[in-house]
Design a protein around this ligand. Structure first.
Ligand code: PLP
Length: 403
């Protein structure tokens, strides 16, 4: 059975070049990067080469890159490493749970948190961030690109506000790095998160950019690894894989891969939006879309249950996802889509399509060959879809006009 994977915001396949770069570090190059003998020097050199590659992707000195076990750890290190009880932190309502739940934990420990809202397109207004500043504000943490919608925030503007107020600025760039250019000096951030498995590197490795002079307290205590900012023997194969993925991402920008990907995403989106009672999450009432990373689109299909559509498509070989999460046994609508003002049923009827470097025009055609008929079949069976109801109750759940 042919399988097409359009869920690259969940994780990306490791590119063959990345796997090749990692392979020796599972075998002959096994040394502990802290050992002073030949074996250790070999792996230390590989770790430092990878650090240079990640630094080049972010536009920073290698000394400002701290390797972690992934995006979640890097987000937690940024939040817990900087903020203390009695500090005030500003974040947004649409952050990934790696930031949101870290902030909620800080709140329980006595920190004050302001959750800045987003508009219907999923955008934080930098003026709201500015207005939320208080004398005890220590940290602003607003994500670069959203994992569900791909919407890109005005991070450079928020960075300027933070710099003027002398407040630390962290941005979770897990869904931006490798997809669009990321430059820490343009954003003026003090802290920035990257995850290996979202840019065709391996799972279980990530990095936190920490600007020189940032007072950050380590979360893990042990040896003096990563200049005492993150204790623990380095995951050498993972770090090497992340470094290679960063190099490949940069080469991709030079070739214009991002533009090709945007064109494939736009074709998918255009054709899916021609299905009746669908709409783009992240567009305003004129259909004007917020700035987005090139690989993501998030579309609602009124009258269906998103989970049912994901399962039906998976049975036919297409992998996509909903933003919905299962919480205490119930399917909750996505916190991102509801923060953007979507009704709960529409948020639950939304599907995220996210492309990766491995996807081809044939993959998009395969998806387009399946989705319209599957949506039509599910709608026929759906009590939420007007045609399956007696005329007298049709108006109750009439799908809204596409926006
Ligand atoms: N931040 C964002 C925006 C993400 O999309 C993810 C993963 O989905 C994370 C953080 C967590 O990264 P990791 O899976 O490497 O822990």
């Amino acid at each position: 059975m042919r399988r097409v994977y359009l869920d690259n915001n969940a994780t990306t396949p490791v590119l063959p070049e990345v796997l090749e770069a990692m392979r020796p570090y599972f075998g002959e190059h096994f040394g502990n990067a802290s050992s002073i003998h030949h074996h250790g020097q070999e792996t230390r050199a590989a770790v430092e080469r990878a650090r240079e590659s990640v630094a080049a992707l972010l536009g920073c000195p290698a000394s400002e890159v701290v390797f972690t076990s992934g995006g979640t750890e890097a987000d937690n290190l940024a939040v817990f490493g900087v903020a203390r009880a009695a500090d005030h932190v500003i974040t947004s309502t649409i952050e990934h749970h790696a930031v949101l739940n870290a902030c909620k934990h800080l709140e329980r420990k006595g920190c004050e948190i302001t959750y800045v809202p987003v508009d219907g397109r999923g955008l934080v207004d930098p003026a709201d961030v500015k207005r939320a500043l208080r004398p005890n504000t220590k940290l602003i943490t607003v994500m670069f690109a959203n994992n569900e919608t791909g919407v890109v925030q005005a991070v450079a503007e928020i960075g300027r506000i933070a710099a003027e107020a002398d407040v630390y600025f962290h941005t979770d760039a897990v869904q931006a790095a490798g997809k669009i250019p990321v430059d820490v000096n343009q954003i003026l951030c003090d802290l920035l998160t990257v995850s290996g498995h979202k840019l065709h590197g391996p799972q279980g490795v990530g990095a936190l950019y920490v600007r020189k002079g940032t007072e950050i307290e380590a979360m893990l205590h042990g040896g003096r690894h990563e200049r005492s900012r993150r204790a623990g023997t380095e995951n050498v194969p993972g770090v090497v894989g992340l470094g290679k993925a960063a190099e490949l991402a940069m080469a991709g920008f030079e070739r214009g891969d991002d533009q090709k990907m945007a064109a494939a995403r736009d074709r998918l989106e255009r054709e899916l939006l021609s299905i009746e009672a669908t709409g783009l999450n992240g567009a305003d009432s004129n259909g004007e879309c917020a700035p987005r990373v090139p690989n993501t689109t998030n579309i609602y299909f009124d009258g269906i249950d998103g989970e049912a559509l994901v399962i039906a498509l998976d049975l036919k070989g297409l992998a996509v996802s909903t933003g919905a999460a299962c919480s205490s046994g119930a399917i909750e609508p996505s916190h991102v889509l509801t923060a953007m003002g979507l009704r709960s049923d529409r948020a639950k009827a939304s599907i995220r399509f996210s492309l990766g470097k491995q996807n081809t025009a044939e993959d998009v055609a395969f998806a387009l060959g399946l989705i319209p008929e599957t949506v039509a079949r599910l709608r026929e069976l759906s009590p939420m879809w007007p045609s399956s109801r007696p005329k007298s109750v049709v108006s109750v759940s009439q799908p809204e006009a596409r926006s």
